[in-house]
Structures are given as C-alpha cells and as structure tokens.
Design a protein around this ligand. Sequence first.
Ligand code: PEP
Length: 251
Amino acid sequence: MSRHPLVAANWKMNHLRADAVDCCRALKQALAERPAPARVAIFPSFPLIPVVAAELAGSELAVGGQDLHPDDKGAHTGDVSGAQLADAGCAWVLCGHSERRQDHGEDDALVARKVAAAVRHRLAPLICVGETRDERREGRTFGVLERQLRSAVTAVASAAGPFALAYEPVWAIGTGETATPETAQEVHAFLRLLLGELVEGAAAALPILYGGSATPENAAGLFAQPDVDGFLVGGASLDPQKFLAIIRHSG
Ligand code: PEP
C-alpha cells in the first residue's frame, strides 16, 4: 500500500496574527496554483488557531494544536482540551513533542493519556518520538524509541484513526544538524516494523515523518528514503517559501 505523504509546520511560539494570515495566504495560493501530492497541516500556537482555521477553511490544508490536556475539561489553568481544539477547527494535535517532554516534564505515561484524549475527540495525533544526543552516544537510541512508541500507541486501536508518527531526534531539533538520510531510514524502518507489531494495519499505512532541521536543501535526500513519508518542520516552516520548497520535495 502506498502511503500519503504529510508535511506539517510546527510554528511553536512564533508569529502574530498578521504573520499567520500572510503565511496561510501564501501557502494556499501557491498550492491552489500548483497542487502538491503531500497533505499539509499547520500547527500554530493556541491564540492563532482560529485565525489559521478561518484562513484555511475550504482549502486542503489542515490545522492542528501543538498540545492538549489529557482531561476533557475542568480546573486546569492554562491548558487546552481536545474538545476545545476540535471545536476551534483542528483536525490534528501534536503529542509528545520533545520540547513538551523537556520543558514541561511530560513523560511517556502522560503522552499516552494525551494520545487517548486526542482519539476521544477525533483529533489525529501526530506522535513525536526521538532520542537525545546522550542516548544516541550511549547506544540507547532504539531502546528509547521503542519505549516511547510502545507507550504512546496504547490508546490507538487501528491505523484507520488516522494518526501519524514523527521521528524527531532531539539533537537535530533547531540545531541545524540533520540526521543523514541513512540514519533517518534506519530509524524509520525500525519504527515501522515495531508499529506493525503494535497497531493493526499501521506498518503499511502510517506516515512516518522526519523532523529535525529539515530544510529545502536536505528534504529531497531524506524523502528519497523508502520509509520517510514527509516532514515535521519547525524553523523552516516560518518562511512560507522554504516550507513550500519542502512540500514540493515531498511527493
Ligand atoms: C520541531 O520542533 O518539530 C522541529 C522539527 O524543529 P526544527 O525544524 O526547527 O528543527
């Protein structure tokens, strides 16, 4: 089965409303003039979601949240629920991004609860896994990835969800250092094999994205790998022309 590529923009804590509108219009116009085979999703920070959802309404581009609370509602100041994301127009949500794991102490158990909340609210989780530089140096990459993935997919019953996985080596995020195509392929193939054991139908159908200093310059080499199905893009997604170039290299 051939997989449908997916390219996602993680804007992190960047952009004001006017920037978001400019980016969405540039992407929408370019993709309307010359459609791309890849699906595209934008993950803005919470206050920008309504702006982005309104700009992208009626287009093929989807919107996602960067995080969600595992509970459906209640006394959780500063948090956002899956129901609220879905109500605001989101189709996707990031779960387990390394900046959440590092900056907010999110562990595997919490990530698993967030994935479950996403599924409950019919949001497609884009689950992020990745090893740190020390973990790679110490030869623990595959053990760490297996632990993260096994835990995160406990709430995912089938690949029909839909959901997607992103391999984001922590040492490559925002550093300008990218995994080589060979390193990415080795990990993606491992994740695909493991997914096949864990979620029925996932091995063939599930897009596994690469994330970590993806750029227009390195995207083609990474996408040429058989198990790289697209990108989760941070820094380069803030410039619509760079993001478009990555989309154009993905399919
Ligand atoms: C990310 O944070 O998901 C990411 C991949 O960032 P960058 O592209 O900036 O490395």
